[in-house]
Structures are given as structure tokens and as C-alpha cells.
Design a protein around this ligand. Structure first.
Ligand code: NDP
Length: 400
């Protein structure tokens, strides 16, 4: 029987919800490319409930305990005194989320000789040291596509929010003002602007499709080129390099995984190549951007706005400069964990666990590492390496 340790974000400050704003969430059976949504043998939750916080337990307790497994759920994940640090030593499986990432570093793997499976309840397994997972024979799996559309919707919202200057305008209202000139002094239309995505995977392509009706010019860069029919349908301009693309774009949206090729891709040098006054929306991973270079580019006006929901580390220290830099529209890491998305990734984790315990193959599209190498979607979209360096700084948040 297995010991499963699951790290989830904290419950709401005013308690775990007893009722919800809506009575249901739409049922989605298939993603846009035809992949089916998760297919566990059953679920023990009602879609639309909070599943991603500690008391929600991803709806897994009944399933795991009735099959004789032990299940520890905690939000305490950083530092030597954390619950995770203590519980991982005899864990067989760790489940963690990108939103409140349990950094599974090489040191932690070394303390956990039984650890065989790391499941990401979401998409993006950069919080696991993939090199160490490869060397230690771990399987790493994530719930591919579960929240890609959730993020794409968020990206569109943030692009419009930045370009139209929504947040400061909203703040004038709550302050009791009617300061139209203050609001519009930084407000533009996206129509006719050039927008480019770094990566045209599930999120990047969905963003392009959603922006097409705004009559924007669409650009992309990716390791693999999209099919010609898609390029024609969306009238896409493909660029060989990120540098080539950012030079001509008014808005850049970052939608690639964090791995050794993309860490700090947007540094001072890349930012200096962008058009003055461009906007960046990064819902991929905070570490793809250089923290201080972004803040400096906003201060100088080289970029006009920056928004996203991803930081490094997470939770972001209370003095993280992205909390206070000008013209930003940052939120905590929320875009992929709407109540709608939670239902899909909770079901996806259950599907992966059922496969694991029943000795059935995990879907190829969920695999990142298996058998000592990158596998499945991981072999296509990631490169070997470790992006967890510096994650110990996350302990500063709860210490503050
Ligand atoms: P996909 O795997 O569908 O897409 C990733 C794309 O990135 C692939 O097309 C891949 O290329 C491309 N890519 C990888 N490396 C590079 C590179 N060096 N340069 C250009 N393109 C590259 O994943 P999703 O679109 O679903 O998600 C993307 C990322 O978004 C996740 O890895 C995660 O980090 C983040 N995310 C954030 C969420 C949030 O809540 N904020 C939620 C979900 C995801 P190819 O496959 O052609 O090699």
C-alpha cells in the first residue's frame, strides 16, 4: 500500500466555501485537438466545488483510503520544518500543484528513497528537478490540457486589461473619482496591433485563436512549426527566433514551459530588442523572465505594461519587486485553477493514480519523465535540466 503526500494551497481566509456563486460548471468532454478530458473510473466530488485547496483534497481521500493507501494533505511545503519535508521521507507518491509548488529538488528526492511518482495537479512540472527525476528513476506526470483553455482566457483578459488600462481605471472608481483623462492617458485599442506568442502549444494556439476576432496581426515562434492550414487560417507570421518576433510586436505573450532553454529568456538584452512601449503577458512561468530586468524596463518605459500570474519562487516573497513595480497587472498564480479547471485536474490526477495502482500505462500525453528519460509530452516540449534553483527562497513568504 502506498503513502501519498499531497501539497495544496491554503483554504480561503474566511473558511472553506459552503456555497458557490454558481450551481454548476459546463461539462466539457473533449479538448480542441480531440484529446478527451480525464477518464477516471469515478470521481468523489461535484465539479464546481473547491478541490485545489487543502480541505478540498482534490477529492481523492475516499478513493485512496478505501484502497488501503495513506493520504497526507498539507500546505506546509517550504523550509526544513515544513510538513512536506517530514512526510516525504517515506512517501511513495507526491502530488503537487504549480500554483503552490512543492519544489521537489534533488535534495528532497535523496531523502525520499521510496518516491517513485511525482504528479503535477495541473500543467508545468518545472518545480520538480527533472534531471534528478531522470537519475532517480522517478515517473513525472502532469494533466496535459486540463487548464490550457483556462489560461488562454486569462491571457486575453490580461492583454485587454493592460492595453486598455483597466486596473487603474477601476481603481479611480473605487477611490470615488471620475478621472477620465487619468484613465485614458495610457489607454489604447488592440485592433491593428501586432501580438506574438512565444510557443504555439495548447495555450499559445488557443490565445491566437481567441485574439483573431480582435483584428490583431498574429505572430508566433515555436520549436515545431504549426501546420500550414493553421498558419493560413489565422494568417500567422512565423518567426525563427524570439528576437525576430519581439522586434515587430506591440504585445508579447509567453506560453512555453520553463526548462533550461527558456529560463531567463526575457532578460535585459531581450527586453532592449522589443519595441518601446510594448506589453508582456506571462502566464507561463515567472523564471522565464528576469525579475529585475522586467521591473527596470517598466520604470524606464521600455515596456508599457507587464501582467501575468506566475512568479519565482511561489509564493512570492512579500518584498518581491513585481508586487510594487509600475504598470503591472499581476495576480497570484490563479489562471489555471478556476473552479472549472480544478474539476478537470482533480479527475486527471485520479486517472493517473488509477493507472499507476492498476499497472496500466499512463497516457503518453501526461508523461514528462519515465524510465530514466524525458517521455511523452515531456520529450517533445521540455529539455533536460533543473529549474528549481533558488526555490528555497519561497520559505521567506511564510516566515514573514
Ligand atoms: P504545451 O505543451 O501544449 O505547449 C508548450 C509549447 O511550448 C510547445 O508547443 C513547445 O514546443 C513550446 N516550447 C518549448 N520550448 C520552447 C522554446 N524554447 N521556444 C519556443 N517554444 C517552446 O503546453 P501548454 O500550452 O498547455 O502550457 C504551456 C506552459 O504554460 C506550461 O508548461 C506551464 O508552464 C504554463 N501553464 C501555466 C498555467 C497557469 O496557471 N498560469 C497553467 C497551465 C500551464 P514543441 O512542443 O513544438 O516542441
Amino acid at each position: 500500500m502506498a503513502k501519498v503526500v499531497c501539497v495544496l494551497y491554503e483554504d480561503p481566509e474566511d473558511g472553506f466555501p459552503s456555497s458557490y456563486a454558481r450551481d454548476d460548471v459546463p461539462r466539457i468532454a473533449q479538448y480542441p485537438d480531440g484529446q478527451t478530458t480525464p477518464t477516471p473510473s469515478g470521481i468523489d466530488f461535484t465539479p464546481g466545488e473547491m478541490l485545489g485547496s487543502v480541505s478540498g483534497e482534490l477529492g481523492l481521500r475516499k478513493y485512496l483510503e478505501s484502497n488501503g493507501h495513506s493520504f497526507v494533505v498539507t500546505s506546509s511545503k517550504d523550509g526544513p520544518d515544513s510538513v512536506l519535508e517530514k512526510e516525504i521521507v517515506d512517501a511513495d507518491i507526491v502530488i503537487s500543484q504549480p500554483f503552490w509548488p512543492a519544489y521537489i529538488t534533488a535534495e528532497r528526492m535523496a531523502k525520499a528513497p521510496n518516491l517513485k511518482l511525482a504528479i503535477t495537479a495541473g500543467i508545468g512540472s518545472d518545480h520538480v528537478d527533472l534531471d534528478a527525476a531522470i537519475n532517480n528513476g522517478l515517473t513525472v506526470a502532469e494533466v496535459t490540457f486540463c487548464n490550457s483553455i483556462s489560461v488562454a482566457e486569462h491571457v486575453v483578459m490580461m492583454i485587454l486589461g493592460l492595453v486598455r488600462n483597466y486596473i487603474p481605471s477601476y481603481q479611480w472608481v473605487t477611490k470615488g473619482g471620475w478621472n477620465i483623462a487619468d484613465c485614458v492617458a495610457r489607454s489604447y485599442d488592440v485592433e491593428g496591433m501586432h501580438v506574438g506568442t512565444v510557443a504555439s502549444g495548447r495555450i499559445g494556439l488557443a490565445v491566437l485563436r481567441r485574439l483573431k476576432p480582435f483584428d490583431m496581426h498574429l505572430h508566433y515562434v515555436d520549436r515545431h512549426r504549426l501546420p500550414r492550414e493553421v498558419e493560413q487560417e489565422l494568417n500567422l507570421t512565423h518567426h525563427e527566433t524570439v528576437e525576430d518576433m519581439v522586434k515587430v510586436c506591440d504585445v508579447v505573450t509567453i506560453n512555453c514551459p520553463l526548462h533550461s532553454e527558456t529560463e531567463h529568456l526575457f532578460d535585459a538584452d531581450m527586453l532592449s530588442k522589443m519595441k518601446r512601449g510594448s506589453y508582456i503577458v506571462n502566464t507561463a512561468r515567472g523564471k522565464i523572465c528576469d525579475r529585475d530586468a522586467i521591473a527596470a524596463a517598466l520604470e524606464s518605459g521600455q515596456i508599457a505594461g507587464y501582467a501575468g500570474d506566475v512568479w519565482f519562487p511561489q509564493p512570492a516573497p512579500r518584498d518581491h519587486v513585481w508586487r510594487t513595480m509600475p504598470h503591472h497587472g499581476m495576480t497570484p498564480h490563479i489562471s489555471g485553477t478556476s473552479l472549472s479547471a480544478q474539476a478537470r485536474y482533480a479527475a486527471g490526477v485520479r486517472e493517473i493514480l488509477e493507472c499507476w495502482f492498476e499497472d496500466r500505462p499512463i497516457r503518453d500525453e501526461y508523461l514528462i519523465v519515465q524510465g530514466g528519460k524525458l517521455a511523452g509530452v515531456g520529450a517533445r516540449s521540455y529539455s533536460e535540466g533543473d529549474a528549481t534553483g533558488g526555490s528555497e527562497e519561497a520559505a521567506k513568504f511564510s516566515a514573514a
